[in-house]
Write a protein that binds this ligand. Structure first.
Ligand code: NAD
Length: 390
């Protein structure tokens, strides 16, 4: 097979002390198909320069802010210019940065939640459609191979008609008023101007909703929600419990919390069909448990030939033999691989296959923003069920 063209990546966000920017940089480079060549890494220019030095980048490609980065990259010869930019800033910056780079001709990989309002999300969707650029949204967890296997088993009818879905994402890191101590990630996440209207709801609720929709192939159509703020003085929610109605008569339950003491990143899903059920837990992502009525529970393990036979997507998302754990970085890298192949197809003027297009995109981002808005609306109002009509 011919070597794939290496793509050039730029980044906005991910400066000193940031969390997810460095995860993106490592994951994007995991398969040797992407190089990072430019960035505006921090809200403070000096810190952007510091990260540029730490990454040994050409100082001319390290910018003081994202607008200078757009101008600077447009001035670079086309064959050296970045192909895409990864946006790893707090949520309030996603929209203006994505909009301006898209309009300047760059593809985007954006962090979630996609924007801070439905209105911004719809505007962004329009710009993506008008520009025809590739837009990836980092809903990490659908990048796991065993999630893809579960999705494919449901798609081929192995579970039968889906009756019930339970999805949870529990953490404990905001059990105290960490934002008042100046902890970087807590400060902006608890400020509606930077985070948007959702707290835990936007931060991890959107991941849970996206996972449930991706695996079942069913959209959430209605929600009945109870949103809570347990920590005194906090403006946004730190806990949410939602009943769900999904397409085709399926029902569900989604609960997320950042005050669940003792929990780390306990994202888990249970899906019950008429014939079989499945269970997956991101803290042990290698296994997918399949339950049968009156029979034994099977544990399907990542990397085995029987998984590859059942799911080309799971096989494509696997690098090493079974028993050697793969996890969080690889899930990011899997989205980057499909995103990069879609950019290559766009450059070549060819149609990417369904397998390659298997990464979260702008429509997932729009749905995520509707989810946040409708959960808040329902929780504040008197209506029993609120429709999500995205
Ligand atoms: P963080 O506070 O650790 O890092 C944010 C970085 O962005 C900082 O370096 C900050 O200086 C920089 N920044 C802010 N405004 C900027 C601007 N205008 N230009 C350039 N740089 C700017 O935040 P984080 O925890 O890494 O979260 C960042 C984003 O990633 C958020 O949208 C969050 O929801 C998302 N996230 C996603 C996952 C996932 O699993 N997909 C996990 C964590 C965070």
């Amino acid at each position: 097979m011919a070597a794939k063209e290496k793509l050039k990546m730029g980044m906005v966000g991910g400066g000193p002390g940031a969390f997810i920017g460095e995860v993106h940089r490592r994951a994007a480079r995991l398969d040797g198909q992407i190089d990072i060549v430019a960035g505006a890494f921090d809200i403070e220019a000096a810190k952007s320069q510091q990260t540029g030095r730490e990454l040994s980048l050409d100082p001319r490609r390290v910018y003081d802010d994202y607008q200078k980065m757009i101008a600077g990259e447009l001035a670079v010869p086309e064959n050296e210019r970045i192909d895409f930019v990864s946006i790893t800033t707090p949520n309030n910056w996603h929209f203006p940065i994505a909009r301006d780079f898209l309009k300047s001709g760059f593809h985007i990989m954006c962090e979630k939640p996609m924007t801070i309002s439905v209105d911004e999300a719809l505007q962004l969707e329009k710009i993506v459609n008008e520009t025809g650029k590739v837009f990836g949204l980092m809903h990490t967890y659908t990048g796991y191979p065993m999630v893809k296997l579960g999705r494919d088993m449901i798609k081929t009818g192995e579970l039968g008609k889906i009756r019930k879905v339970i999805v949870q994402y529990k953490q404990d890191w905001l059990s105290t008023a960490l934002e008042k101590e100046g902890q970087q990630q807590a400060v902006w996440r608890s400020d509606p101007k930077q985070s948007g209207a959702g707290g835990a709801l936007g931060d991890i609720g959107t991941h849970a909703a996206n996972l449930a929709e991706y695996m079942t192939g069913l959209k959430i159509t209605h929600i009945c929600a109870d949103l809570n703020t347990f920590v005194e003085g906090r403006i946004l929610d730190d806990d949410a419990n939602c009943l769900l109605k999904l397409e085709q008569g399926a029902k569900g339950l989604l609960h997320v919390s950042q005050i669940a003491v003792g929990e780390e990143n306990h994202l888990a899903i249970w899906i019950y069909g008429e014939k079989k059920s499945l269970r997956w837990n991101q803290e042990n992502p290698t296994n997918l448990k399949i339950g049968t009525l009156g029979g034994s529970t099977e544990i399907w393990k990542r990397g085995n030939a029987y998984v590859a036979e059942k799911s080309a997507a799971a096989s494509r998302a696997t690098r090493i033999p079974p028993g050697h754990p793969e996890g969080f970085f690889e899930a990011f890298a899997n989205h980057y691989c499909n995103f990069a192949d879609t950019i290559r197809a766009s450059k070549a003027g060819t149609e990417p296959s369904e397998l390659i297009l298997d990464f979260p995109q702008v429509d997932d981002g729009v749905r995520g923003m509707y989810f946040i808005e409708k959960v808040i609306e329902n929780s504040r109002g008197n209506e029993k069920w609120t429709e999500i009509n995205a």
